[in-house]
Design a protein around this ligand. Structure first.
Ligand code: ME8
Length: 499
């Protein structure tokens, strides 16, 4: 690591492979991807990891039901998630599978670092295979876990982690690091949960063997959550390069769904404290999507397939919709009607139209803008708006306020459309060519800023715009591009109607 270089680790959850990828998984992927792409634009060296969580009783049972061996089942299912990564244009640096040898080694070494906090005893309680966790008696309602999953009685010899010893240290950490858990409402829930008292955690299973064998034991496998959480450091090369691992963890943003926040904000930090590894910078808990107002479930048959939606409406359209429709951190409802509206109003009418008409006017000037403009106050105001937009987006992205960041970019789209209407280039083309050049230059600068703003969200669209205006979109810096010495290519529609 070089001095003064800025680093960031961005992660998605690693997904269970007992079912097909759905829109919720695509959402977590895209969220983390937006954050990773933004950081790269902002000059950070990013390590972005995703992958699949392949051990545990749930996967073993699904393989059994499918009538194939569990490793073969894992290979097939993991591949589907890899395919989804390609389909959503994920810019990941690593796709990790928990059945890989590198992870086996890493998880076992991680376990060894926790050994001073581990003891053996017997556990008896209600286990939810679907959630892969024991559910306290007082949380069981009508024979079910709070998630609605069925529970079964289990009694087994188990290794335990002294989580209870970490209660005060965790609370102290939350207090000193107010931005560790975001959004704030979720942070408060975690704090209340920890304050209500932490029990030691059962961290091994002996009733099934589809897991990582525990060092020094021949009949226990690791609790799937220790195994799964360790993926983040495996991806960094643990157990090698411990300094690098700690450094990167300190600059890490974990993107997780709200339902797995407890694992990331309570267990994982306690494990890391025990192992002497730096805690992540932030855990961002995002909300859940329903479909037409209903919870998505296989049995209801209303699970949204990301591959189908992307095929039908286009990828950047989906990426835009998911982060414009709903505040990042809150729950949202998916409907094709809402998606169609966003595409037709925000994308085709506002953004697509702006780019198309500005660039078409430049074609009327033979594809060239001429030097030496005399910018009026109106053009200067648009330049200022474009610059302010960039710095506002940076501030919002620092807080992972993806929704507002996108809002700020589209505010500039509206302002630019209004500016175009006010300046009436269709009249200037007949009466005042120098002024038309000035107006179009200001609009190009604004479009350039807009392309930077949307680039993390809609990378392919941004790339097209950059090509239209001959800009290389590499860094989110405030350089002024000289639009005067170049020939602009003829634009094609950004959001063709047939999509
Ligand atoms: O929990 N809306 O994996 P998982 C929004 N393997 N996001 C959703 C969603 C929905 N309806 N459904 C799923 C696991 N997600 C563990 C994680 S990490 C070390 C181990 C997203 O396959 C959301 O991000 O159940 C959620 O946290 C993740 O998929 C859970 O995926």
């Amino acid at each position: 690591m070089k001095k003064n270089e800025k680093f960031a680790l961005i992660t998605t959850p690693i997904y269970y492979i007992n079912g097909d990828p759905h829109i919720g998984h695509a959402y977590a992927d895209i969220a983390a991807d937006i954050i990773a792409r933004f950081k790269r634009f902002d000059g950070f060296r990013v390590h972005f990891s995703t992958g699949t969580d392949e051990h545990g009783i749930k996967v073993a049972r699904s393989a059994e039901n499918a009538g194939i061996g569990v490793q073969e089942f894992s290979d097939i299912m993991s591949e589907k998630f890899r395919k989804m990564s390609r389909a959503v244009n994920l810019s990941e640096d690593d796709f990790i599978r928990t059945t890989e040898p590198r992870h086996l080694k890493s998880a076992r070494e991680f376990w060894k670092l926790l050994e001073k906090d581990i003891y053996k005893s017997t556990y008896s309680g209600w286990y939810s295979a679907r959630d892969e966790e024991y559910v306290p008696e007082n949380e069981i309602v009508d024979g079910k876990a709070p998630s609605g999953a069925p529970v079964e009685r289990m009694e087994e010899e188990s290794y335990f982690f002294r989580l209870s010893d970490y209660q005060d240290r965790l609370l102290d950490y939350y207090e000193k690091n107010p931005d560790f858990i975001v959004p704030i409402a979720r942070r408060n829930e975690v704090i209340n949960f920890v304050k209500s008292g932490l029990k030691d955690l059962s961290i091994s299973r002996s009733k099934f063997d589809w897991g990582i064998p525990i060092p020094g034991s021949d009949n226990h496998v690791m609790y799937v959550w220790i195994d799964a959480l360790a993926n983040y450091i495996t991806s960094l090369g643990f157990p090698d390069n411990k300094d690098y691992v700690s450094e990167m963890m300190g600059n890490c943003i974990h993107v997780v769904g709200k339902e797995i926040l407890r694992f990331h904000a309570v267990y994982w930090p306690a494990f890391l404290m025990s192992a002497g590894i730096t805690l992540p910078k932030r855990i961002f808990a995002h909300g859940w999507w329903t479909h037409n107002g209903q919870k998505m479930s296989k049995s209801v048959g209303n699970v949204v397939d990301p591959f189908e939606i992307i095929e039908k409406y286009g990828l950047d359209q989906l990426r835009y919709f998911m982060f414009r429709e709903v505040c990042f951190g809150e729950d949202g409802d998916f409907s094709e009607d809402a998606l169609k509206n966003r595409i037709s109003y925000d994308l085709a009418n506002d953004l697509g139209n702006l780019v198309q008409r500005v660039l078409s006017f430049i074609q009327k000037l033979d594809g060239r803008l001429t030097v030496n403009y005399d910018f009026s106050e109106e053009e200067k105001a648009l330049f200022t708006n474009a610059r302010q937009m960039i710095s506002r987006v940076r501030c919002l992205m620092e807080k992972q306020d993806l929704h507002s960041a996108l809002g700020v970019v589209f505010d500039l789209v509206s302002k630019s459309n209004k500016f175009t209407n006010d300046m009436k280039p269709w009249e200037l083309v007949k009466t005042d060519i120098p002024r038309l050049n000035a107006v179009l230059t200001a609009l190009c600068e604004s479009i350039r800023a807009i392309a930077f703003g949307i680039a993390p969200f809609m990378p392919e669209t941004a790339e097209k715009i950059f090509k239209f205006i001959n800009v290389e979109g590499k860094l989110f810096t405030e350089i002024d591009v000289n639009f005067t010495d170049q020939k602009f290519p003829s634009p094609t529609p950004l959001f063709p109607k047939e999509k």
